[in-house]
Design a protein. Sequence first.
Length: 92
Amino acid sequence: MTSEVRNNTARHRFELDVGDGQTAVAYYQLSRDVITFTHTEVPQQLWDRGIGSKVARGAFEYARTQGLKVVAKCPFMSAYVVKHPEFGDHLR
């Protein structure tokens, strides 16, 4: 597994390669200065290994560096920001 989360702007999602041709993703919608996280997917056999958290951290760090406000409609992303209040300042 590579440790780099990338922003695939064409597919409106953050991606993390997790091996065997599989990818963990966090989908988003972007409008002006707001990014809305809508859905997160991690291959089921890799649940409970912190992969979703790596994708979330990368997505929230991207939002911070771009000066974007965040709407976390995805339950996973919403729960992540509760556990990591350092990203709460960007919630809308």
